[in-house]
Ligand binder design. Structure first.
Ligand SMILES: *Cc1c(COP(=O)(O)O)cnc(C)c1O
Length: 424
């Protein structure tokens, strides 16, 4: 980006040479003037998914009824799980699509604690997603096995983890280290291989939450010798609101891995209807109940587009877009006291960038209500801009910063109340 210039022309020139540019036409854009900067929270609708869902409802559910279970529904969690595995560096039979991210975290934390019964410490940090921390607290509350949660504080900037404190905290009593691979507020990207290696040296397991990296960063679970992982499919994987999540268990742990939810869909011979539970071999035992067929088919269709584009190209564009956005904000927003709340170094940054401002909440409201720009807001002062390499254009990014400049120069945010809406 050596010839960078903060002009619309330059943005257009980046679009013209963007190898992923043609993928934009695969998605629905019913409001062309909308600048959607929230693909990291809910991905756009792939056009193909309209067809897939119509067929799934009309032909599969409507016509086949119960026979559908023998025509691919039953295997869907593993078939689609393997596809997601290709995007996160997992060889087949280690990923399944099921339940929500939170529920999968519950399952895998319990699994990890059962694998390390003599160890009583769980480590995470203050940058982790609150739901993840709630799940951990709930497990300790209900399990009553004397586990403790050590939350390592981030650095004072509230965006960068304290990696050396984190590594120092891992000891011979540590059962599990669990972190979000990309921090939901700041977009900080952890070194998965290094942290996993340090945890393994101390005999601990690591569980990665890939919600903000799956589909935007070429995660290499197997190569990093990861143990356990979970992640969302409705963000960069474009699986639709509330789509089922995925979980990963490395082959080397699968035989000893026990799920805390012994449902019939994870039973060895579910149609024998035995009274006693025998776990299915391998990863299948982690599918607790009846698969979410319709929403899984939407995930299938979303994931195909990422597979076609390929993770290296996606990451390359993701880096370019976040860098472009940071350079634009440096060039056009200098007088308005924004702070970039994300790492400036690309190798430490995921797919979104947060701009911090004391009036962040009201600025975000003005962007949404008056400017047809949709970012989102995260306490206390982060406006998050998510860039989806498959459909975000550079010109949209330029327009976003331009509209943000208008909100600031005309002080439009001052018209809004400071009272927060239910969903920010
Ligand atoms: C989005 C997100 C989740 C969401 O979990 P749900 O169970 O789908 O609500 C979990 N963890 C992280 C890090 C996230 O970004």
């Amino acid at each position: 980006m050596d010839n960078f210039s903060p002009t619309r022309n330059y943005a257009q020139s980046l679009d013209q040479t963007d190898p992923l540019g043609p993928f934009r036409a695969r998605f629905s854009h019913p409001q062309p003037s909308l600048r959607y900067m929230d693909g990291n929270s809910l991905g756009k609708l792939p056009l193909k998914t309209l067809d897939v869902m119509e067929k799934a409802v009309r032909d599969q559910w409507g016509r086949e009824l119960i026979r559908g279970w023998n025509q691919g529904w039953w295997e869907a969690p593993q078939r689609i799980g393997d596809k997601i595995g290709q995007l996160v560096g997992a060889a087949p039979d280690q990923v399944v699509l099921c339940d929500s991210t939170s529920v999968n975290l519950f399952k895998l934390v319990n699994t990890a604690l059962l694998l390390k019964p003599e160890r009583k410490k769980i480590i995470s940090d203050t940058l982790n997603f609150p739901s993840d921390l709630y799940i951990l607290q709930g497990i300790m509350h209900t399990l009553q096995k004397g586990h403790t949660l050590q939350l390592v504080s981030s650095q004072d900037d509230d965006l960068t983890p304290d990696i050396s404190a984190l590594i120092d905290a891992i000891d011979e009593n540590t059962a599990l280290v669990t972190l979000s691979h990309v921090v939901f507020k700041s977009g900080y990207l952890y070194d998965m291989a290094e942290i996993t290696r340090r945890a393994h040296e101390a005999g601990a397991l690591v569980l990665w939450d890939l919600s903000h990296s799956a589909g935007v960063f070429p995660v290499e679970l197997d190569a990093c010798e990861a143990d356990l992982a979970i992640g969302c499919t409705y963000k960069y994987l474009n699986g639709g609101p509330g789509a089922p999540a995925f979980l990963y268990i490395n082959h080397r742990l699968q035989e000893q891995a026990v799920s805390p939810i012994w449902g019939w869909a994870g039973q060895d011979k579910p149609f024998n209807f035995d009274l006693a539970y025998t776990p299915a071999p391998g990863i299948r035992r982690f599918v607790a109940g009846t698969p979410h067929v319709l929403s899984s088919l939407a995930v299938d269709s979303g994931v195909d587009i990422s597979l076609e584009a390929g993770m290296p190209a996606i990451r390359e564009k993701s880096i370019r877009m976040t860098e472009y956005f940071i350079r634009l904000s440096d060039a056009l927003l200098t007088e308005y006291q924004f702070r970039v709340g994300s790492p400036r170094e690309a190798r430490l940054r995921g797919g979104h960038v947060s701009l911090r401002h004391p009036e962040g909440y009201r600025i975000n409201r003005a962007l949404i209500d008056e400017m047809e720009v949709i970012p989102d807001f995260r306490e206390p002062d982060n406006i998050r801009f998510g860039f989806a390499p498959l459909y975000t254009s550079y010109e949209e990014i330029w327009e976003t910063v331009e509209r943000l400049r208008v909100v600031m120069s005309e002080k439009r945010y001052t018209h809004y109340s400071e009272a927060k809406a239910t969903v920010t």
